[in-house]
Design a protein around this ligand. Sequence first.
Ligand code: NAP
Ligand SMILES: CC(C)CCC[C@@H](C)[C@H]1CC[C@H]2C3=C(CC[C@]12C)[C@@]1(C)CC[C@H](O)C(C)(C)[C@@H]1CC3
Length: 615
Amino acid sequence: MPSRKFADGEVVRGRWPGSSLYYEVEILSHDSTSQLYTVKYKDGTELELKENDIKPLTSFRQRKGGSTSSSPSRRRGSRSRSRSRSPGRPPKSARRSASASHQANIKEARREVEVKLTPLILKPFGNSISRYNGEPEHTERNDIPHKNTQEKFNLSQESSYISTQYSLHPRREEVKLKEIDSKEEKFIAKELAVRTFEVTPIRAKDLEFGGVPGVFLIMFGLPVFLFLLLLMCKQKDPSLLNFPPPLPALYELWETRVFGVYLLWFLIQVLFYLLPIGKVVEGTPLIDGRRLKYRLNGFYAFILTSAVIGTSLFQGVEFHYVYSHFLQFALGATVFCVVLSVYLYMRSLKAPRNDLSPASSGNAVYDFFIGRELNPRIGTFDLKYFCELRPGLIGWVVINLVMLLAEMKIQDRAIPSLAMILVNSFQLLYVVDALWNEEALLTTMDIIHDGFGFMLAFGDLVWVPFIYSFQAFYLVSHPNEVSWPMASLIIVLKLCGYVIFRGANSQKNAFRKNPSDPKLAHLKTVHTSTGKHLLVSGWWGFVRHPNYLGDLIMALAWSLPCGFNHILPYFYVIYFTMLLVHREARDEYHCKKKYGVAWEKYCQRVPYRIFPYIY
Ligand SMILES: NC(=O)c1ccc[n+]([C@@H]2O[C@H](COP(=O)([O-])OP(=O)(O)OC[C@H]3O[C@@H](n4cnc5c(N)ncnc54)[C@H](OP(=O)(O)O)[C@@H]3O)[C@@H](O)[C@H]2O)c1
Ligand SMILES: CC(C)CCC[C@@H](C)[C@H]1CC[C@H]2C3=C(CC[C@]12C)[C@@]1(C)CC[C@H](O)C(C)(C)[C@@H]1CC3
């Protein structure tokens, strides 16, 4: 077997094709047949290089006094004084055909500017930002000013893919050069976006959820499973050992009126979403540097929904209808989700490449599931963002209330059971918390990475409202009396989970928003090649996903009020453990790709993923 010189994960310099420039890259893999290395540049571009085009870091000498950068994604220090070339920028030969006239204009204008070129000096670890994935001198730092500089640096560079390669010193016509700069930057950013998609097709082995067969199974299996669970839960003895009840015929489950009520609910939420109340914030930078705007009015939508529900109750609207047609509502929501997914896939075929999700693969079945378009929008209406928090999440609280009323009616109670009150209030707290901290959603994997397809449409609109309300649904036909001491223990457990969940999420969100926040000055961090830091103390030094741990503890506290007669109310805990273990693995995979060696250092330092000393 032919030997290879560089190992996976090694940080080296890779030649940018068509040029004699070398950039820091991470070796991702090596193909022994073609003898090519797959490498990743710091701006995320992945390419295949020959061994000859790769050099160890040590083969570059550091030159004193040079004002250069070796970071592909590094923004120029002084925009008026420097010109750029970057790995994102295609080699001249490749670019010429596509952009001949644009380039001619630029060249023409540039001729009028007298410039002095400073050749690139590759400077291993010459500046903090170019230290690849790790901490050559100190791994931990509390030095906020240092962190701040880097973080600011990173934030500004995030919207640009331009790197400083040559230092040009204009002597005249500075304004003109600036104009060319900005024209060219836009052009390069656009080309890079296209190029990144061209050079990084997702290979079959990178498909998540078991690839095409896996997502096929999930798409058909989950709706069937949902109905089985709901039917089992309605049985007098919902033991798993009992044979599952047969699925009713489709015509028995379909009711146009129910579907109409569901549509009405959806439209009311659309209306609330469109209200011009709440502040508007920017999301994380997209591949082409744009930042989408999002209005944060989820909490207001919740208040308004509560007002509508309260008024309807007062007016005597029969909410029991939802309980007695629960399966029909679940089917209505499923049909809606399928139609929505088809629409999303169809429109994504016309979407520009820049708008596609990094998770999409080119395979129709897989993309239908994972979502092809990252942020499908109709005007300013963001479909994914809307569905993630509104109809399903707020719907879950309303369904819980329906179950509480149904319990009182069916069990002939003057007040709801303590178990029902616990389940309702715990889950209400969870939903209100999500809506109150709506901005945090903008940095989740769902918004940044996954497209909007069947997975999230079904998850948000069907799975969340109809499965997450399962404990309340169970309690309607399976009463469980909880003693006060037991209730107190459960409340303590829920609060512990909530403190961990909220503490961890808030700590990370605050750190990502402002790394020099004085309240976080005591926390230790490692810095990464991207300029971002990773927290290695506080909640994030306890386990690598403390927020998942808190979430799981809360999930257990939601199930305990249902007692120990059946395993069915614990389905949520079991499913959620599987979901979060899988999600954790997906996140680790992305973080490993993003942060390389720095992530490995973090893993060594914080060895447990979710459960301390267990996993
Ligand atoms: N109820 C449900 O069904 C459900 C389902 C899924 C998730 N959730 C909850 O949703 C919340 C968000 O979850 P999520 O899956 O989006 O993941 P998350 O844990 O909030 O975010 C993961 C990201 O955090 C950053 N990060 C990781 N380690 C870090 C560290 N040590 N220091 C600083 N940043 C670090 C990384 O992104 P960057 O470095 O790029 O910032 C990583 O990609 C969680 O609380 C989770 O429990 C609930
Ligand atoms: C295969 C499918 C069944 C998988 C479906 C997954 C979805 C149900 C989840 C994926 C991301 C989740 C999520 C929340 C709810 C459940 C998901 C949509 C969330 C809205 C719950 C409240 C949290 O506070 C949150 C806003 C952080 C969270 C975001 C992710």
